[in-house]
Design a protein around this ligand. Structure first.
Ligand SMILES: [Zn+2]
Ligand SMILES: [Zn+2]
Length: 214
């Protein structure tokens, strides 16, 4: 299993990641805030057959590229049921709150709705879903045990965590979600929705919000 980070093409947009199961060549794209030249080139260069578009939550900076990624590759859109409405709503996806020039939401529907504990098979790579609400009601982390990696969306960042002052945000729930994450055994590489990668062990001891959890 290989992880390729795709830098956001618009300032402030989410990090996107391409996961490739090397034994079968199947790929999954995480959080395509846009699906423009660099994301398309990353998929092309990897020669992966894109199976899934895995969305950690429904904010526009993570989902606006889902429509064209699906149209161009036939991959299936995966999201938690509580954030599905974001796929067709500029209000719930926060595009109304943060109007962004050149960006519009082309309404989409989920192909696969995932809940806590579900497992997605990407070739021989198992991707586990952990429901981590708080930043949004339907936020999830995608965990790959075989590679010891977590895609944490806007739940957990290097040194901090996602904000909870937008529509549907809930600080208490975010704290519970962070507790669930740090309760995982051992260490993981954490690929967050924004900023640089980190490790779970580093965040257990040095994260500004985790250190204050009761
Ligand atoms: Zn974000
Ligand atoms: Zn967000």
């Amino acid at each position: 299993m290989k992880v390729i980070q795709i830098d956001p093409q618009y300032e402030g947009f989410a990090n996107s990641y391409l996961i490739v199961d090397e034994s079968t060549g199947e790929g999954a794209l995480i959080d395509p805030g846009c699906y423009l030249e660099n994301a398309q080139a990353a998929v092309r260069d990897s020669a992966a057959a894109l199976k899934y578009i895995l969305l950690t939550h429904g904010h526009f900076d993570h989902i606006l590229g889902a429509h064209s990624a699906k149209e161009l590759t036939g991959a299936k859109i995966v999201i938690h049921p509580e954030d599905e409405k974001c796929l067709s709503s500029e209000y719930y996806s926060l595009l109304t709150t943060y109007p962004t020039e050149g960006c519009e939401l082309i309404p989409e529907k989920a192909d696969i709705l995932v809940n806590d504990g579900d497992e997605i098979k990407l070739g021989e790579t198992a991707i586990r879903v952990m429901h981590t609400p708080g930043h949004t009601p339907g936020g999830v982390c995608y965990i790959i045990e075989s590679g010891r990696v977590i895609f944490s969306g806007d739940t957990l960042f290097h040194s901090t965590a996602g904000r909870t002052d937008n529509i549907g945000g809930d600080f208490e729930k975010l704290c519970s979600s962070l507790k669930k994450l740090i309760a995982l055994d051992g260490d993981y590489t954490v690929f967050p929705g924004h900023n640089i990668p980190t490790t779970l062990e580093r965040e257990r001891t040095r994260n500004f919000i985790i250190r204050r959890l009761k």
